[in-house]
Write a protein that binds this ligand. Sequence first.
Ligand SMILES: [Zn+2]
Length: 302
Amino acid sequence: MDSIQDDVYAPKPELHDCHVHMVLDGVDWKAAIARHKQQPDESYIRKVLESYAQAGAVYVREGGDKYGAGWLARNIAREYGIEYASPVFPIYQKGNYGGFIGRSFQTIEEYERLVDEVYDRGGDYVKVMLSGIMDFDNYGTITGYTLPRQMVFSMIDYAHSKGLAVMAHVNGARAIQDAVEGGVDSVEHGYFSDEESREALANSDTIWVPTFSPISNCIGIGKYPDDVLKKIEADQTEAVRAVANMGGKIASGSDAGAGDVLHVKAAEDEYSYMKRALGDICDSVITRGLDEIRGRFASRAQ
Ligand SMILES: [Zn+2]
């Protein structure tokens, strides 16, 4: 039922996606990477940008890749009328999650040299992996490990000292809390939070991008156990409601490129998942989230 209340809230924001991976296609990650391995496939990337433009996308933010696919997209996206922001490549600790797409470090000094490279190349911000990902087969399990709190603090501080914002891939209550308390600019995914980490998020300047799509898109397709996916989705829904109700900053990003998360379509899907979680306040929450993200993660492409 349409109600007068609809007018009280912000209108539906223009199409945007605060978390994508240009190098991936949502279908087959190995084949997708092979497409760009020798050099980024410019005509393919142009087609993807063209479809974002046709759908009316105004802003796209991505996680970067060591093959340069996302960076190429970032440098030509203005031709399509899209602001597209990229960290060049994501940074992960050797032995942890991120090897298929990122550049690795072992010591904090090695990390700092990678951030220097992002800075020198004109990257729009730094993307770091601070934990693994959700295990879709086992509820509550996260692959990889969580970086030590002190290292997380040092990593964020160094990027900030170069004037670069930090987009952090983080799952698990402790990892989320460490990142937030270290002053991270955005928490990506943020699955398996608890009450304390939600409060920390809500009371901070950190923007949360909860990425429902990689979980919600897989429900009912038979690839993973639905009971696990539904439980993860229900937890994330509850967390998003709680953080929004406490006044936290939340933005819409789909993880487009991840398994069964298709570019462009995912931006619409993610919006519908956010709407389902937040109801009437969805549009005002994600409009504010988008403004915050665009303020801190602007593309500096000419
Ligand atoms: Zn991602």
